[in-house]
Design a protein around this ligand. Structure first.
Ligand code: NAD
Length: 484
């Protein structure tokens, strides 16, 4: 910690108009290490008034920032990316301290987060427009792309770095300025990004970071007419609240919300590949990802073999503090997360599920969840209806392809889905039948800066990453030129 403080990366103030500040009221929120519950620091608990100042600062910076050439903005993003890569290990350490995930995963998240900065630095140079053939000879029609304006960026605790860069990088590349509100559980990763942005030469006011409890900040971000867009990643409950709050001033919205991903294993699957995919997609970040496999649907012919192999892998997992070498499952984010997992598991056991794995050696501490495989899961169980957000893999048995599709789509969510088969025909049939924004065939890894990321149904609106990610921060202006 001392080293991180000496390097200036562990900041306990928020960033408004280029100034590092405490809350005017002096109020602060403690942040604790999920592995020990020890307080690692505190951040200002800012009010609506300070949020208003941050919005004003973003508005003041907007004119000069949008006036820069695309190449100038790209160069600043490239410099920010360079600093993130230079400080991968420092940023990973901060992330693990406040979020709990294993250090190697945290370093992976920093590289993933940095990849969006690089990608959108490149995309900044390619913001074009279109010309449209005129219906009359004396006119010309051109469509210009312009930045949306001041954007509010609200992010969750499960990817405290990458969920910010996936939004801030395209916003800045497009010429927008931002007010970032990170999760109150993981503000230090956001503040460290602010330090590096400042060092990269990104001008004061372009990135503002407000910290603290969400109610007052959220109310101001929703109501303030200067904020032209809200980009949110988090729960469907809060997403829907923000959508209602943004309605009065008709703000643009991007919503990356919860999921309930099915992971389907057909009889003709490569089972070893499917086990690897299940481990990656279910247990990464201790099962606390929005694209986590939440329901593992296995066809009757391979159910027992798959269950045995998965149970063996899970029983051998190493659970412990994220800072300890070799740990695969770190602590859960907070006590509420542990309660939810316990509730899901007891409900499943009461309704007939069976634990198929044995418990790995568990460390001391209140916030560790035992990784487990549950057999005989059924759709009436709590864990079938909502994200468990923990290292629990429930196995559902199915007989036919049609039954698997009905089960998979039987959720109001539509973020990610995975399936395993060696049949080409089935691959296309199933991919087309799944009502999800992202589908993985024979892979459990679907997150990359080069491909669109986002959901359908109650999993959200809009897409991040890829070429389309920058469009979320651009308006079209149709320019009609007459009298030629
Ligand atoms: P959350 O909705 O509780 O909080 C997300 C953010 O919203 C936090 O910064 C929080 O402080 C803020 N917030 C809460 N109430 C607010 C209000 N009234 N006004 C303004 N902001 C408010 O979600 P979480 O628990 O931090 O994250 C986990 C959830 O995020 C899961 O549902 C997960 O699936 C989802 N998620 C989705 C994606 C995706 O890309 N679709 C990615 C990661 C996480």
């Amino acid at each position: 910690m001392k080293e991180l403080k000496d390097k200036g990366l562990f900041r306990q103030q928020c960033l408004i108009a280029g100034a590092w500040q405490d809350a005017a009221s002096g109020a602060s929120v403690d942040v604790s290490d999920p592995a020990t519950q020890a307080v690692i620091g505190s951040v200002p608990d800012v009010s609506g008034a300070e949020t208003r100042s941050a919005i004003k600062a973003a508005q003041a910076a907007f004119g000069p920032w949008r006036a820069k050439t695309h190449a100038e903005r790209a160069a600043l993003l490239e410099a920010w990316h360079g600093l993130m890569i230079e400080h991968v290990q420092d940023l990973a350490r901060i992330l693990t301290l406040e979020q709990g995930k294993p250090l190697a995963e945290a370093a992976g998240e920093i590289r993933y987060g940095a990849s969006f900065v690089k990608w959108f630095a490149e995309e900044a140079r390619r913001i074009g427009g279109t010309t449209i053939p005129s219906p009359t000879p004396d006119r010309r029609i051109v469509v210009l792309k312009e930045p949306v304006g001041v954007c509010a960026i609200i992010t969750p605790w499960n990817f405290p770095n990458a969920m910010i860069t996936r939004k801030v990088a395209p916003a800045l590349a497009a010429g927008c300025t931002v007010v970032v509100k990170p999760s109150e559980f993981t503000p230090f990763s956001a503040l460290a990004l602010g330090v590096l942005a400042e060092r990269a030469g990104i001008p004061a006011g372009v990135i503002n970071i407000v910290t603290g409890m969400p109610a007052d900040i959220g109310t101001e971000l929703m109501a303030n007419e200067t904020v032209r867009k809200i980009s949110f990643t988090g729960s469907t409950r809060v997403g829907s609240l923000l959508m209602r709050g943004a309605a009065d001033s008709i703000k643009r919205l991007s919503l990356e919300l919860g999921g309930n991903a099915p992971f389907i294993v057909f009889d003709d699957a490569d089972l070893d590949l499917a086990i690897e995919g299940a481990i990656v997609s279910k247990f990464r970040n201790g099962g606390q990802t929005c694209v986590c496999s939440n329901r593992i649907l296995v066809q009757a012919g391979v159910y027992d073999a798959f269950a045995d192999k998965l149970a063996a892998r899970v029983s051998a997992m190493k659970v412990g503090p994220g800072t300890e070498p070799g740990v695969e499952i770190g602590p859960m984010i907070n006590a509420a997360a542990i309660d939810k997992i316990d509730r899901h598991v007891s409900d499943a056991l009461a309704k007939g599920a069976r634990v198929l794995s044995t418990s790995p050696a568990m460390p001391e501490g209140k916030q560790y969840a035992t990784p487990m495989v549950l057999g005989d899961a059924t759709p009436d169980m709590l864990l079938a209806g909502e994200e468990t957000f923990g290292p629990v893999a429930p196995l559902f048995r199915f007989q036919t392809e049609a039954e698997a599709i009905t089960l998979a789509n039987g959720t109001p969510y539509g973020l990610a889905a995975y399936f395993y088969t060696e049949s080409l025909k089935r691959s296309w049939r199933v991919a087309e039948a799944l009502e999800f924004g992202m589908v993985g065939l024979n892979t459990g890894a679907i997150s990359t800066e080069v491909a669109p990321f986002g959901g359908v149904k109650q999993s959200g609106l809009g897409r991040e990453g890829a070429q389309c990610g920058i469009e979320e921060y651009l308006e079209m202006k149709t320019f009609h030129i007459g009298g030629l």
